[in-house]
Design a protein around this ligand. Sequence first.
Ligand SMILES: Cc1cc2nc3c(=O)[nH]c(=O)nc-3n(C[C@H](O)[C@H](O)[C@H](O)COP(=O)(O)O)c2cc1C
Length: 311
Amino acid sequence: MEDSLDISVDFAGIRLANPVFTASGTCGYADELADFMDINQLGGFITKSITAKPRKGHATPRIVETDAGMLNAIGLANVGLEKFIEEKIPIISKLSVPVFVNLAGETISEYVAVAERLATEPSIAGFELNISCPNVERGGITFGTDPAQVTEITSAVKKAVNEKVLMVKLSPTVTDISVIARATVEAGADALSMINTFTAMALDIETRKPILANKTGGLSGPAIKPIAVYLINKVYKEVTRDRGIPILGMGGIRTASDAIEFIIAGASAVAVGTATFLEPGCAVKIIEGIKKYCARKGIANVKELIGSLEV
Ligand SMILES: Cc1cc2nc3c(=O)[nH]c(=O)nc-3n(C[C@H](O)[C@H](O)[C@H](O)COP(=O)(O)O)c2cc1C
């Protein structure tokens, strides 16, 4: 039965052999985890955020483990556009799976400039617009929390990426995520990815100081999973289902059961982030687990599961 199963999905016109990605920032530019995982077995790959200029990121400590997850304040450390083109595109070009480049910036024109430069690159299937990073002073989450700014940046970047798929990554730190999701989709987004991390803090009670050098960081991992499931289901019902816009779901996924929960809630595909730090081959194991679940349940095509929540 497992061999005749179809676990491929259509994601905004891109065919994915299976619905599992690794999440941006947790798997570098595809070469870092090559010893632990065959990236070509994934449904797709998303790069770490790229900005126009290289960024060193924040001072250390940049990561703290929490009870059910982790806090990070990396500060979008990355090699910058030119080095990305020179050194990372050749690595990405060798992959056989669709690659999304995650875009970040401090101004709309920075996002547009990076998108325009990469839009003609044949090895890139699409872009993930990061307007939800909680760990930078300028840009980041500020673009993703105000519907007017969401509209402006999404439509500007959509024009710049031309025919390529534009997926917009939403922040959970808003009053009503459907308002932002609707603004994004109406401005031309082809897909949504959700959720990015929650702004949070951990303190050292001996020194009475924050543990992270940046003071605050983004909370990820199992702690945020039920909130992610809820928000994805809300956006699926209120915004994307009737418009045929796919959601890439993420937030605390560690097992195939977690991934299936997200798909039932309304995600067309999922991404594994924090769990990769604990178990680098975890995303590939999840693909196998999804197949086993479908076989056990007599589900011939994983698409039947998308948004199949019974209420
Ligand atoms: C160490 C670390 C670095 C991250 N870097 C980025 C990034 O560069 N761009 C981005 O859009 N999201 C970034 N994220 C957010 C993840 O892609 C993901 O949205 C979030 O962590 C929730 O998924 P998870 O709980 O499975 O990790 C980062 C997360 C972590 C833990």
